[in-house]
Design a protein around this ligand. Sequence first.
Ligand code: PMP
Length: 381
Amino acid sequence: MSVYLDNAATTKPCEPAVSAVFQNMVEDFGNPSSLHKMGLSAENNMTDARKAIAAALVCDPKCITFTSGATEANNTIILGAAKNYGKRNRKKIVVSAIEHPSVAEPIKYLEDSGEYTVVRIMSDRNGVIDPDDFIKAVDNDTFLVSCMLVNNETGAINPVKKIFSYVKRNFPECITHCDAVQGFMKIPIKSADIFADTIVVSGHKVHAVKGVGAMFIKNGVRIAPLVHGGGQEKGLRSGTEAVPLIAGFGAAVRALMGTMKTAYSNAETINAYLVKSLSKLDFVKINSKQENNSPYILNFSVEGIRSEIMLHYLESKEIYVSSGSACSKGAHSSVLTAMGISDKLADSAIRVSICRTTTVGEIDVLVNAIRDGYANLAKTK
Ligand code: PMP
C-alpha cells in the first residue's frame, strides 16, 4: 500500500473532477465561443464552474477569471497591477519574504527592471508575518502589497485580514493581493472579509486536475492582461478556455464545499497524532508552528539525515513526502532560513502534507519508516 503525503505539491483528482473532465472531453467538447448548441453547453459548464469557485470565495462569479494555474494568475495580477497602478510616484511593492516563487519572481522581475522598489518583510521565528512589521513598510508610494494566506512549506497562516484591512483603510488606492493556494477549500476565505482586491487559487491543490487556476479580481480593480488575443475571459485571459479542466475544478470545489469544517477537524486530529508520534523520536525536530498553523502541513527535520536521503528512503517504502517545498527542488529554503532554522536542520527538512482522506494508519506507517530509516541511514553515515 502506498502512502501519499505530498498533498501540498499536488492532490489526487477526486471522482467528480475526473468525471467532469471526461464528460467535457467526450461529450461537451465544443468551443465556448461557438454560437451553436455545442458551444453553449461548454459555456454553461464553465459558468457552473465559475459559480462554484465564486461561492467558495463568497464573491460575484463575474469576478472570477480562469487561468492555466496559480502561477499564471499570480503573474497576471502582479504584472498587470504594475502596468495600471505602478505609475509616476507610486512605484513601491511591499511583499512577505516567504512567498511562493510564482509571486516572488514576477516581483523580482519588476525590481530588476529598475523602475520599482520592493520591500520584503521577513517572517518571525514561527514562520508568520508580523502584521506590524508589514504595515510599517506601507506608505503613499505603495501601489501593491502581497501576502500569502498559508505558507506552502510550513503551513504558517498569515494575518492577511489584519494587514489588508489596515492597508485598505489608510491607502485605499493600494492593491491588496493574496496567494490563497494552500488555504483554499481548507480554511474559509471570504474575499470581502480579508479585504483582498485580488486572490489566486489553483485546481490541482484541491483534488481537481493540473493546468487550471482562477483569480478573483474585485469589481473596479483594473488588472492589465498578460495574454492578448481573442478576448476570452472578458479580455483578461485570451485563448480558448480549457473547459474540461475548468469543469473539473468546479466539480472538485462543489464536492468539497459542504464538508470543509469536518475535514479541517479531521486534519487537526491527524496532525496532532503525527506531532505526538514524532515527538517520541528524539532525533526529530518540528519546524512548523504548533498552534494556529494549517493542520494540513507539517515541516520537521530529521537531525543528521539530509532531506533527499530520507525522502528516497521513504520512497523505497512507497511513502511519498517532500523535502521542504516541491518547488525549491533541493535549493536552500529561504522560508526556513527566515525562521532562524540552522542550515544543517534546514538541509534535513521534510514536509508532510495531508489531505482529507489521510488516516492514522498511514501516519503510523510513515513514523515507523522514519524510525527505521534513521536507524539504517545514521549507521551508514
Ligand atoms: N502558490 C502556492 C502557495 C503554491 O503552493 C503553488 C504550488 N506549488 C503555487 C502558487 C503555484 O500553483 P500552480 O501549480 O497552479 O501554478
